[in-house]
Design a protein around this ligand. Sequence first.
Ligand SMILES: Nc1ncnc2c1ncn2[C@@H]1O[C@H](COP(=O)(O)OP(=O)(O)OP(=O)(O)O)[C@@H](O)[C@H]1O
Ligand SMILES: [Mg+2]
Length: 328
Amino acid sequence: MTVALQIQNLSRHFNDLVAVDNISFEIRQGEIFGLLGPNGAGKTTTLSMLATMLEPTSGSATVNGIDIRKDPDGVRKSIGIVFQDQSLDEELTAWENMDFHGRLYRIPKATRNRRITELLTLVELNDRRDDIVKTFSGGMRRRLEIARGLLHYPAVLFLDEPTLGLDPQTRNHLWQYIATLAQDNGITIILTTHYMEEADRLCDRIAIIDHGRIIAIDTPKNLKDGLGGDLVTIGSPEPAAVAAALREPWVARVETHNDNVVVSLKNADRHVSSIVTLLNTLQIPITSITIHKPTLEDVFLSFTGKTIREEEAGIKEQMRMHQKMLRH
Ligand SMILES: Nc1ncnc2c1ncn2[C@@H]1O[C@H](COP(=O)(O)OP(=O)(O)OP(=O)(O)O)[C@@H](O)[C@H]1O
Ligand SMILES: [Mg+2]
């Protein structure tokens, strides 16, 4: 296994705020690695440090064996970056945007021309190469940005929220390009996302990040399997009684979230009727019962006690309070 990125005790503070809190992990060459977490979790900050756009407060990292603090220029030459706010030149054509980037990296003209055609074809934009970017849809721009990020043969590609705001079809399409890049070209990809499905379907491994800390890191499958089977969610006005009743040897885990009790067990469909019978016998009222296969949302919930959406709503609420305070 060749290690592409090695991250050791990396932290970043903004005054009193610890945006990234002492994270350590490795990414191997050709891997698609996802940082999954809610708004404000520290995903972009992590990526920015690794891409040498932001200085760490402490800790270290190497990208392609190059130290991000000792040789940031060396790192920059070997990576491609597609960030949220890094924009294309709207007035230029797709080709011109690519060509400009290629000149910046001093790629010789003949190579540049060949490579631009190759990449525009890869992202299915070659027939639109002479149109100005202003006329492109969101998905087309994103594809062009990815093509541009690949122009100088980077060994590692950084993608910050690559499919944010795109429709499901375009998102699916982009996942295919990204998967091809890793599989066929051995490019290592590190991306951030707060879409559970994106992390699940696209990434070989993910780190779930919350409040700057890595709370879990593994393949999506292992993370989901770690919950111990299917999930049965039982709604009840007496969740504590339900939870107590279900602490049985055949139940792998019992968790209570608000008015819902979530239990994990293997082959849940075969156990649902006995759960209902048991609760009926004990005269514990239930309002609903559902079974589903675990998702990464469940993994997040299990580790943090919150859903990603609740977490984001909480941050939005804090921001509203803060703005209110500033106004008064
Ligand atoms: N330049 C900065 N100055 C001060 N605070 C910052 C700065 N950049 C980020 N932060 C703070 O650091 C924390 C992590 O931010 P970051 O942008 O890394 O989150 P994120 O996980 O990328 O979130 P999102 O999903 O919204 O993109 C947030 O609390 C943010 O407000
Ligand atoms: Mg971000």
